[in-house]
Write a protein that binds this ligand. Structure first.
Ligand SMILES: Cc1cc2nc3c(=O)[nH]c(=O)nc-3n(C[C@H](O)[C@H](O)[C@H](O)COP(=O)(O)O)c2cc1C
Length: 189
């Protein structure tokens, strides 16, 4: 898949097939993350791949999903929940949020090219997750990335600034993700 197709077709996935993603495939995703831009090339991010059943289930309990269409895209354990989380961590005291954004977007695009889906998760109990992961006092998690085989096909459509940008489920249970058009959000000077 070329990069243009990945950028245009990638959508957040919140329903996953109950199939495990193998280590080689996950390594390709992390490879895409590590190659992203990094302020002063300091590369403060580290990755923890969680696939052990108990750990994944415990992390899942700490997460929140698609608040705007609750409970329509709350994954269900054993049916649609992810079987893998990639935890993005940094050394404490740094400010690696921008680096994490760049890395996660690269990872999502690589996942899309590999026909996998992701959900970038910021809404989780960070303190409990860090405790569960036994992170030392110099390390903290920034985000989780749920990764798996997609079991839904969300779509996006272009909107103007007057339209509602909130994502929604239609009558066929398809998730729609409105995106402002280039013209709506760009000034040319
Ligand atoms: C920083 C950040 C945090 C996010 N946290 C969550 C989250 O906790 N739970 C969730 O279901 N989706 C989360 N998302 C996914 C967004 O809801 C999603 O990107 C948005 O609805 C647009 O959909 P798209 O990714 O398909 O373009 C997050 C996205 C970003 C960038």
């Amino acid at each position: 898949m070329d990069v243009v197709k990945a950028i245009k077709s990638r959508r957040t996935i919140r329903r996953f097939k109950q199939l495990q993603v193998d280590k080689d495939t996950l390594s390709k995703i992390i490879d895409a993350g590590r190659l992203a831009s990094s302020a002063a090339n300091t590369q403060p991010l580290r990755y923890i791949v969680a696939q052990e059943q108990l750990l994944v289930e415990q992390l899942f309990e700490l997460t929140h999903w698609a608040a705007r269409v609750k409970p329509g895209r709350n994954p269900v354990k054993g049916i649609s929940a992810p079987l893998t989380f990639i935890v993005i961590v940094q050394k404490s005291g740094g400010n690696a949020l921008a680096d994490a954004g760049a890395a996660i977007q690269n990872m999502q695009l690589m996942a899309c090219a590999l026909e996998l889906g992701c959900c970038w998760i910021g809404a989780y109990d960070h303190k409990e997750a860090d405790k569960l992961l036994e992170l030392d006092e110099h390390t903290e998690s920034l985000y989780l990335l749920a990764v798996g085989y997609p079991n839904e096909s969300p779509v996006s459509e272009d909107i103007s600034l007057e339209d509602d940008q909130a994502y929604y489920l239609d009558g066929k249970d398809v998730l729609h993700v409105p995106k402002y058009s280039v013209n709506a959000i760009t000034q040319w000077r």
